[in-house]
Design a protein around this ligand. Structure first.
Ligand code: MLC
Ligand code: AMP
Length: 502
């Protein structure tokens, strides 16, 4: 197996001067420059005491240098742990406590908030989006590191935290084998080549932006137009010089509202990919009508990287996520028995293959609970495989809201709300939202005789939960609907408030 770093290194050696990063209004950055920075950062990591297997936690703005830091971590044989820039101090406390990294890298403007964390066991350094920060200062003085640490397929490469149904986030541990297996399958499946220019507008602290979009470019000698965030008109303009866009469904919802989206504007584009949340079939059709391009929808998960994809050649069916990628097995199983169900029946989507993660960091019981004895991972998504062989996701067995491609576990938000004075109990649900797909919504029951102010609740949550997890709307209620077992009936709440955003 070639690790992502090995492949990047050989690709960079072949095409040193080729631009890897293109940025509007800023100079290009080549493969050779990125490799050189990664090698110098690898020396810096070693100097800071980072050894193979150590975690490097990173909460920084998106930048080419942040990608170089990711590559440097792989070069050093350490474990890359990217964190959403939206996480609050309280959330960071948990991740650093749980993962016990050797190094925490934050933005220069956040150093004052995090400096107190530094000690014998943890170094704190900075990296800014203007190629600034203490890591860059150190890299400028460092020699490039020699050969990368020889990592095997079972060695750990990254930890990505995903929220948990119990309210505690779980660190999904991905190996070098996991990371390498995905671009291998996707490059072929999506006909990705060195001639491609990808519009990269996703965050780089998640599977989609880092392990799909960036890794595909890094391992094929392609280029990416690297944008700090998604902006519809800017993306449309850039399509005149790009060939591929990878996005969450909100990108497409917003593009459909962007004036000028027509066949001419996308004439140079060859592929539009959507994933991380369900793409509305009506958006799929409207996009094809406007541009002549059928969006290629695929399905994945932090724990499994990409699982299934609509075909490059052949029908890209609205509302379906296609077939298993090469080397990956998908089965639809009965939740209770784990037995495979016949085609056409709805059950749990289970996955096995080189893409499936090692397990949850320091959580052997949770890991065991989500794998079958024969090695299949239970995704928690409900699906069926039709007579056409295409997988369709029909719902979720897990209590999860996906807002603009970000996962929000209701339990975590409910616990934060229930801790507030004056709250008796709460239920958090996702409701249809035209822009974000689902809007996080809290239904809150005040304590007897008390009053609650929805704005006060929002303010109280802001220091505790990342903005995207905070309810877009708070609804006060006298009680929550329950079944005879006392379980809150979220389906009933979803029906009752279905139209509040649209
Ligand atoms: C930002 N905000 C969000 C939000 N993103 N709120 C809810 N859900 C989101 N997804 C907040 C902002 O902090 C801001 O707060 C307010 O909402 C308005 O922001 P905005 O300007 O509309 O948001 P924007 O910055 O344009 O971001 C929206 C977005 C972005 C959809 C472009 O969230 C995004 O890039 N999402 C992609 C997520 C992703 O990569 N997921 C992949 C996971 S991997 P305020 O306070 O100003 O109101 C995975 C596996 C797989 O799932 O299969 O791929
Ligand atoms: P995450 O844990 O952030 O990686 O999110 C993974 C979840 O996103 C999956 O379990 C699915 O519920 C959802 N998901 C990803 N891609 C799709 C898709 N194309 N359609 C529907 N849901 C998707």
């Amino acid at each position: 197996m070639q690790t992502i770093y090995d492949t990047f290194q050989s690709v960079a050696g072949l095409m040193e001067a080729k631009p890897l990063f293109r940025r509007p209004g800023q100079p290009d950055i080549s493969y050779a420059e990125t490799r050189d920075l990664a090698e110098r950062l690898a020396t810096v990591l070693a100097g800071l005491g980072v050894r193979p297997g150590d975690r490097v936690a990173v909460q920084v703005e998106k930048s080419p240098e942040a990608i170089a830091l990711y590559l440097a971590t792989l070069h050093a044989g350490a474990v890359f742990l990217p964190l959403n820039t939206a996480y609050t101090g309280a959330e960071i406390d948990y991740f650093l406590g749980d993962a016990a990294p050797r190094l925490f890298v934050c933005s220069p403007d956040m150093l004052a908030a995090h400096a107190h964390r530094a000690g014998d066991a943890l170094a704190v350094e900075t990296l800014g989006s203007a190629a600034d920060g203490s890591l860059m200062d150190r890299a400028a003085l460092a020699q490039p590191s020699d050969a990368p640490h020889p990592s095997g397929p079972q060695d750990r490469a990254a930890i990505l935290y995903t929220s948990g149904t119990t309210g505690r986030s779980k660190g999904a541990v991905l190996t070098h084998g996991n990371l390498a297996s995905n671009p291998d399958a996707l490059v072929e499946a999506w006909r990705f080549t060195a001639s491609d220019v990808l519009i990269h507008a996703l965050p780089i602290f998640h599977t989609h932006g880092l392990f799909v979009a960036a890794n595909m470019v890094l391992t094929t000698d392609a280029s990416m137009i690297f944008l700090s965030k998604f902006d519809g008109p800017q993306a449309l303009e850039l399509m005149r010089e790009a060939s591929v866009l990878m996005g969450v469904p909100t990108f497409y919802t917003r593009l459909l509202k962007t004036p000028g989206l027509d066949r001419d504007a996308v004439a140079r584009m060859r592929l539009f990919v959507s994933g991380s949340a369900p793409l509305l079939a009506e958006d799929h059709r409207a996009f094809e009508e406007a541009t002549g391009h059928a969006i290629l929808e695929r399905y994945g998960m932090t724990e499994t990287c990409m699982i299934a994809s609509n075909p490059y050649e052949g029908a890209r069916i609205p509302g379906a996520v296609g077939m298993a990628l090469p080397g990956i097995e998908i089965r639809i199983a009965c939740r209770e028995t784990g037995r495979a169900l016949p085609a056409g029946e709805i059950g749990l989507i289970e996955v096995r293959g080189p893409n499936v993660f090692e397990g949850y960091w320091n959580m052997p019981e949770k890991t065991a609970a989500e794998f079958r004895a024969d090695g299949f991972f239970i995704t928690g998504d409900l699906g069926m495989i039709g007579p056409d062989g295409y997988l369709r996701i029909v719902g979720r067995d897990k209590d999860l809201v996906i807002s603009g491609g970000y996962n929000v576990y209701p339990k975590e938000v409910e616990e934060a709300i229930d801790d507030l004075p004056g709250v008796l109990e709460s239920a958090v649900i996702g409701l249809p939202h035209a822009d974000l797909g689902e809007g996080v919504t809290a239904i809150i029951v005040p304590r007897a005789g008390g009053t609650l102010d929805p704005e006060g609740i929002a303010a109280a949550l802001s220091g505790r939960l990342a903005r995207y997890k905070q309810p877009r709307r708070v609804i006060l209620a006298d009680e929550l609907p329950r079944n005879v077992m006392g379980k809150v009936q979220k389906a009933e709440l979803r029906r009752a408030y279905a139209d509040i955003y649209n």
